[in-house]
Design a protein around this ligand. Structure first.
Ligand code: EPZ
Length: 418
């Protein structure tokens, strides 16, 4: 397995551009299952999760081709309705295919999803919503058997504003007779992006990003050309890297209104952030005051996907910081790894108290999941000495060739291929 090798201590200078959003691309690729035609997605980074979704589409019968960074999918040839455990188990977004498969085939057999091990990650909200719409679901032998012949548009209220469940049920309504209204939906920008993609294919969806999503079922969807929004989590990660390491960088393709909660944390900070349309300029000494408290929440609150990266910054900030992780019950696996590098962190259940230190020290650490892994990259960039990070296939899920992305900023980082 590959490793990353980082010689820390350099400040960052230069320009970095944010790629398309992983968590927008994955539901869009699930939505492609409903399309009877050709979809071209522009400027698609080859995140390993994107490649995994492409493999699922190919196994269903779609023709998947790359033309440079453009992904071209002819889904008119999709005949299959089964997603095996080997494919489904490789990522969380395989479950997003359930709604689209029911729209296309009225029947689906999908194995339980995988994904970063940050909690139990049940799928009850997905399945309950589909049942309310009339889907008959049997769970056995690790598979979900679903029959959507009697599905009807109706009102669906989510018990929790789950991102994936919102996307799954939204897509289930797209080609289901009647009107489906989703109450208490998640409001993430990636859901608005999914709505825009589906409508570009002829769907009739509105209200994404608000308290109620309204879907009028249509007979079919046609192909389209589409480019997803920039990855707000990657953009936030690069901002936090500069805040932590010091220096001056420009981040292109950064939409400030997608990152308001993070930007507000820097409003009183010595880390200066200038916003110009879809780019920001970050300037930091590399030694900042602590944020005092950090609580993750559903959008537009502070994203759980930035919690590990914010925690990395707090380990070398001035003072104490309380971090509360409200979305996932096991999203502190990066903490023991940061402690190996000299961080002072006490944790219980979903709460951490971090005492900022002057320095971190290079060590051999292991990436526990995607965002925990990038937090360790940040710590290695800041630390004195050498850091080796294993398990980086988890980082490749959501950051494409991260070493090539960071090196031009002055980071001394190499990928060691095993
Ligand atoms: C999406 O996961 C993202 N993944 C996650 O990003 C992100 O952390 C999460 O939303 C929250 O923003 C993709 O979009 C591919 P949820 P998802 O359903 O849909 C519980 C990353 O690093 N829940 O909003 O799985 C669940 O256990 C990844 O890019 C149920 O109980 O998140 C969790 O505690 C990590 N039952 C909470 O809801 C359900 O049926 C939020 O989960 C579904 C969810």
């Amino acid at each position: 397995m590959d490793k990353l090798f980082i010689n820390g201590g350099n400040k960052l200078y230069g320009k970095i551009s944010v790629n398309g959003a992983k968590n927008a691309l994955l539901p869009v690729l699930a939505g492609v299952i409903m399309v009877d035609g050709m979809v071209t997605l522009k400027k698609v980074p080859k995140y390993s999760d994107v490649l995994a979704m492409c493999e699922i589409l190919s196994n269903l019968g779609a023709k998947v081709n790359w033309h440079g960074s453009d992904l071209i999918i002819d889904s008119s040839t999709i005949e299959e309705h089964t997603i095996t455990s080997q494919l489904a188990g490789s990522l969380r977004s395989s479950i997003f295919a359930l709604g689209p498969l029911l729209c296309r085939h009225k029947i689906a057999k999908v194995a339980y999803p995988g994904g970063c091990e940050i909690g139990l990650r049940p799928i009850d909200i997905h399945l309950n919503g589909l049942r309310v719409m009339g889907t008959r679901i049997v769970e056995k032998n690790g598979y979900i058997y679903a029959n959507g012949e009697s599905m009807e548009g109706c009102d669906v209220t989510l018990s929790f504003a789950s991102v994936g469940a919102t996307e799954n049920i939204m897509m289930a309504g797209v080609m289901t007779r009647g009107i489906t209204r989703i109450f208490n939906p998640a409001k993430e920008p990636e859901i608005v992006d999914l709505q825009d993609f589906l409508n570009a294919c002829g769907a009739k969806v509105s209200g994404a990003g608000t308290n109620m999503i309204y879907i009028e079922g249509v007979e079919s969807l046609h192909g389209c050309i589409y480019e997803v929004i920039p990855d707000r989590i990657a953009g936030g990660t690069y901002l936090l890297m500069c805040a932590m390491c010091g220096g001056e960088i420009e981040i292109e393709n950064f939409l400030p209104y997608h990152n308001q909660a993070l930007l507000s944390k820097f409003s009183q900070s010595a880390c200066k952030i200038d916003i110009k349309d879809d780019r920001i300029f970050v300037s930091s000494s590399g030694r900042l005051d602590s944020f005092i408290d950090v609580e993750t929440a559903v959008y537009p609150g502070l994203p759980t996907d930035l919690q590990p990266q914010i925690m990395a910054l707090q380990t070398v900030s001035n003072g104490y910081c309380l971090v509360v992780e409200n979305l996932f019950e096991s999203r502190f696996k990066h903490v023991p790894e940061l402690i190996k590098m000299g961080a002072d962190i006490k944790f219980r259940s979903n709460v951490c108290v971090i005492k900022g230190k002057e320095k971190l020290y290079g060590a051999d650490v292991n990436s526990p999941d995607l965002r925990g892994g990038i937090a360790l990259v940040m710590a290695g960039m800041k630390a004195e000495g050498y850091t080796t990070i294993s398990g980086i296939e988890l980082i490749d899920r959501g950051y494409y060739q991260i070493e090539k992305k960071l090196a031009p900023l002055g980071v001394d980082i190499k990928r060691i291929e095993k």
